[in-house]
Design a protein around this ligand. Structure first.
Ligand code: NG1
Ligand code: ZN
Length: 531
């Protein structure tokens, strides 16, 4: 077929280095950008097949998120803006690893297994982050799409959540919003302005927020959005990409893992600050307390703030909707305890990786999910959205209930339900703080984090570690879990686990305990047990 001839010809321009094997992991393919040209071309092919199969628009995002600037990566986005299914992750791995002469066979194998009609039209949206390598790599994706006769729309520089949003808008015929970057700004800023407009006496200080853009795409996009916010939020942007290197000594991952302020942010005591990661799908907050002590408000604190706010509104609105918070093993023990014991909300723990959290959150009327690293969002079931909307429009209801329903309605509009979104989350957090009249210190004081430490350990083969119970325990190699247990026993309020990373060639170690010294010592001892 002519189509396959074109694939053959074009794939020769994007050759695969012989013997190179890559895995579609937690966040798609991710490695040094020099190894990715063939993968990008092939993901263009695969996205086109996925589009034919689903008869919907598929997204391809070129980014390596918080990884160093030299890396890059690619992730496919399914029709409703979610991650692709496990079977297709498998196809992605097969296709990426097929040697040059096996490519057509691998492609035809997928077509056959999925009974794809090649006559079906295909549409693929492509986006990229600000890495120098992203230009040519996104071009390789487009080459792949065109080689199989697919239609493409190149959004160019967008955040990962913006691309997810575009895909969802497109596939819901505009019901979710308009599939343009401007449409995204308009929807979110209108919801934010509606939410904050009746907050009495918001001072300039309360409207001020310091933003660390990680020298990435988020910096660029939040600048574009600022005019839409009509001074209701006054942002001071640092690490805007004009001089510093992407994610270098800055960004959400650096701040979370190092538990310190990013380079380049001039913060004075008590000022609210936040950091995005390299593709703006994560956010963490922080401030400098008395005596310059650094206070971090991570994904767990964000989930707590948002779920407390939503629960209060549901009570005021008299809506009987079930709310749950979904976390991973990395959630601070104090947050889980607070949510379950004080807030009395359902808490679920899933494996690391947004797709797991997202799926678990879909099981509830309202599912708030956040990874401790600041990746998360809120999902509303269709029925929940309808109930909220109905009440908001019901002129017979009393003022308090109606007010709560209107707040809930605008909250729904402010949230990017397709995936964690630093810009949308930031606006939501700012709105919640304003509505509840809370300072960042009061938010921080909701509960006190247990001191914790995260370490990375390089091992010969990280895949020998197998885990269970949402990655909180290891089942192999033999003896490792017992070794961890015996070390944990020595400390108070302690917990520790290890798991192979899905995005880096390392084993991650997490430990928490009653003091920082104990958490550090425990993490260190457990890393030694991993070798
Ligand atoms: P890995 O490398 O599998 O730990 C990291 C994050 C995940 C997720 C992915 C994708 C931690 C401990 N892990 O995964 O939560 O965000 O990257 O970006 O933060
Ligand atoms: Zn990211």
């Amino acid at each position: 077929m002519a189509q396959f001839e074109e694939v053959s010809q074009k794939s020769a321009v994007h050759p695969k280095p012989v013997g190179l094997v890559l895995q579609y992991g937690t966040a798609g393919f991710r490695t040094n950008s020099k190894q990715l040209d063939h993968v990008m071309f092939r993901m263009g092919l695969l996205a086109t097949l996925r589009s034919k199969k689903t008869k919907a628009t598929i997204g391809v995002m070129v980014t390596a998120s918080h990884n160093p600037e030299e890396d890059n990566g690619v992730k496919l986005v399914d029709p409703m803006g979610e991650m692709v299914t496990p079977a297709w992750e498998g196809y992605a791995t097969q296709l990426a690893n097929a040697e040059q002469e096996e490519l057509l066979t691998a492609l035809k194998d997928i077509i056959e297994r999925e009974t794809i009609s090649m006559a079906q039209e295909a549409s693929v949206f492509v986006g990229k982050d600000t890495r120098p390598s992203s230009d040519s790599l996104s071009q390789a994706v487009l080459d792949g799409v065109h080689a199989l006769g697919g239609h493409s729309k190149d959004y160019g520089l967008v955040t990962t959540p913006q691309l997810h949003y575009m895909v969802c808008c497109q596939n819901t015929q505009g019901r979710y919003g308009e599939a343009t970057v401007k449409g995204y700004y308009r929807k979110l800023s209108q919801a934010f302005i509606q939410l904050t407009k009746n907050v009495p006496n918001r001072t300039d200080d309360q409207k001020a927020l310091l933003v660390d853009g990680a020298n990435g795409i988020g910096a660029l996009k939040v600048c574009e959005m600022e005019t839409y916010l009509k001074n209701e939020l006054q942002l001071s942007l640092f690490n805007d990409g004009s001089s510093g290197k992407l994610n270098h000594l800055c960004g959400a991952d650096y701040v979370k893992v190092q538990q310190r302020a990013p380079k380049g942010v001039e913060m004075t005591a008590g000022e609210r600050c936040c950091s995005y990661d390299g593709d703006a799908d994560r956010i963490v907050y922080y401030y400098s307390g008395s005596a310059g002590r650094f206070h971090l408000l991570d994904g767990d604190k964000i989930a707590t703030l948002i779920s407390t706010y939503l629960k209060e509104l549901l009570t005021q609105a008299g809506l009987d909707l079930q709310i749950a918070v979904v976390q991973t093993a990395y959630a601070n023990g104090s947050s889980t305890q607070y949510l379950e014991d004080t807030m009395k909300v359902i808490v679920r723990c899933t494996k690391t990786g947004v797709k797991h959290l997202h799926h678990a959150a879909q099981e509830f009327d309202i599912g708030v999910y956040f990874e401790a690293n600041g990746h998360g969002t809120v999902l509303f079931s269709k029925a929940a959205e309808e109930k909220i909307q109905k009440l908001a429009q019901d002129s017979n209801t009393n003022d308090e209930r109606r007010r709560a329903a209107l707040l809930l309605q605008n909250t729904v509009n402010l949230i990017n339900q397709t995936v964690g979104d630093a810009i949308s989350d930031m606006l939501l957090i700012e709105a919640v703080l304003a509505i509840r009249g809370m300072t960042v210190q009061q938010w921080d004081a909701i509960y006190t984090d247990l001191p914790n430490r995260q370490l990375k350990v390089k091992v010969a083969d990280r895949r020998v570690i197998d885990t269970t119970d949402a990655e909180r325990r290891t089942v192999s190699p033999a003896g490792l879990q017992e070794a961890i247990d015996s070390r944990v026993k020595k400390y108070r309020q302690a917990r520790s686990f290890v798991r192979p990373s899905g995005t880096e060639d390392v084993v991650r170690v997490y430990a928490e305990a009653d003091t920082q010294e104990s958490a550090d010592a425990l993490a260190h001892e457990v890393s030694l047990a991993v070798y």
